[in-house]
Design a protein. Sequence first.
Length: 159
Amino acid sequence: MLTESQSGSKLSELESKALEVIKSRGEQGIYQHELWKLLGIDSREGSRLAIRLLKKGLIVREPVVHEGRRTYKLMLAKPATTTLKVEVNLDFVVTIPCFTCPNLERCHPGGFYDPVNCPKLNQWLDSLLQSSTNGNGGINVAKTISASPSSPSKTKQKT
């Protein structure tokens, strides 16, 4: 009888039993010779079984020395981590005039180059507001720019 593993490969009844035993031992695992004794198979079949499970990516087989003898410790393989790809549309960010402004590094509230008084930034924000109020799929933005962090009374607000 064959069963299907989490990795999608078919498992024999013996492989399924072996996997259950290895799984029951948790993170500490089981020595290979203990596994074949529990399953009632000889060492040759036990080694072949462990190698089949290893090739299917279901277990990890780590060489160890136990009671003066070389053997393997068998542990359940951790599931592979999947990478999630997220695509971000930067079209909106590219339209912000500040990123192409030659005075970006010198621009700050209250300075010679001030975002509050910047005609390009104000024009861009106005166009954003118009597109959002006209329902043209724009971004809903309330235009609030503070003249400086210390003077909230100079706040310019347009809705």
